[in-house]
Structures are given as C-alpha cells and as structure tokens.
Design a binder for this molecule. Sequence first.
Ligand SMILES: [Zn+2]
Ligand SMILES: [Zn+2]
Length: 265
Amino acid sequence: MLPDYHFHTDFSGDSSTPITAQIKRAIELGMESLCVTDHHDYDVECPIDFTLDIDRYMKTMPLLKEEYKGRIDLRIGIELGLQTHLKDYFDWLLSAFSFDFIIGSTHFVNKKDTAYPEFFEGREERDAYLQYFQTTLDNVRNLDHYDVAGHIDYVVRYGPNKSRFYSYEGYQDILDEILRTIIERGKGIECNTAGFRKGIGQPNPCIPILKRYRELGGEILTIGSDAHVPQDLGADFQRSRDLLLECGFSYYTEFKERKPEFKPL
Ligand SMILES: [Zn+2]
Ligand SMILES: [Zn+2]
C-alpha cells in the first residue's frame, strides 16, 4: 500500500493513539514507508492544546525509526499550523530541528479555529470560505516553512452547509492563485483522504482542484489519511490512487530530509 504521509498520534492534542499502534497498523497494511506528522499549532486561541512537545517528539521518533528498521521506513514529519506572524518563530524552529517532511496547514484564521461554528457565525458561508482561502494564500506566499500545503479546502468540512454549495469553479480565482503560488515556490500539495470520512465524498482538496494543480504543472503530491486512530490509517487510498491517475498524475511523492522522491503511482 502507498505510504501514509499524514497521520497523528498522542503527541497531537486531538489523538490518544500511541505511535506504536500506528506503526503496527501500517506494517499490517503492507506499507513500506510511513511519515508521522503530529500537530503543531503555535500561538492560537483554542480549547484544545495543539502545541507539540517537540523536544520529546524529536527524541522519541528517531528511536522508533531505529527500532522498526527493516520492517518499515519511518520518516519524521510535522503538521505545522501556518500563520504569517510566526515567521521568525518558524525560522528558529527549523534551524533547531530537522524534519523529513513538513505539511503546512491553514487551520486558524486570525488565531481562530476554522473547525468551530463560531468562525461562521453572523456571516455568509461564502465570506468565511473566501477568508480562509485568502489566509491560505497569504501563508503559502509569505512562508517557506512547508513542503506541501495541507488539505487546501479543509474549511468546507466545517461550514454550515459543508460542501453543498461549494465548487472549485465558485472560488476559481483565489484557488488558482494558491496553486500557482505553490508551484512557483517549488512546493507541493497533499491529497488528504479524510474528506471521504468527513462526508464530502472526495478528498481535500476536491477532485477539480487536484486536476487543476496537475494542469498548471504541479508535480509534488503526497497522500495522507489524516488518521487519528489506527483503523483510519491508509483509509480510502485505493480509490484515491485511482482518482489521482484519472486526474493525470503518474507519480506521488515521498520526502526525506525535506527532499522530494518521486515514485510511480
Ligand atoms: Zn490539518
Ligand atoms: Zn492532520
């Protein structure tokens, strides 16, 4: 099975799964490689603490990498919550710690969690979606601290109508600008299969965005389940692989020491 490049463990504020349970599940599924990407959302206003204990994380993961050597190739990543005011902090973070892979995700807008209903209160859903996309654009344009942009249309999982009135065409201008910026900067995107489990019926980003990214020349693409529990690891990978082939991709990407490795789909 394709390696899962987006999953969480009890190092993340919203998971209680031991990392060993995720690794064992990946071996069971026949993955040859796996990249752990626990949450680090720094300086946000949220009831859940999404701050990663990076010291402990970066001491634990290399030991597990060694322990499971020969059975699975564990790569050490992080899902970094992008916010432009944290540029100096991110500079420090990435000089202090070496990751194989960084997912840069937009979860917070003006420090507010877009997964909570308060983000949508008192305004049109479209305004909230546009603000989310604008923030994503600011992040991918002004920061360099990521390899792929995480789940680009994540916000549509949480709007009052979810993806009912959402389409790529409805937001094409800003979405194209996001994709062009990512490509120009030599970065990539991910195909996040949690969309299937969140009731959207497709990955995040949606199929037309994946297609458009490829059309615009995008090549760097990782695949991740965003699993917080072992039963979700690698979920919907087979159908996503078929979708990606239909979207025009022939390769997916793995990362080692932040360098992309292209593998046939
Ligand atoms: Zn995320
Ligand atoms: Zn995640």
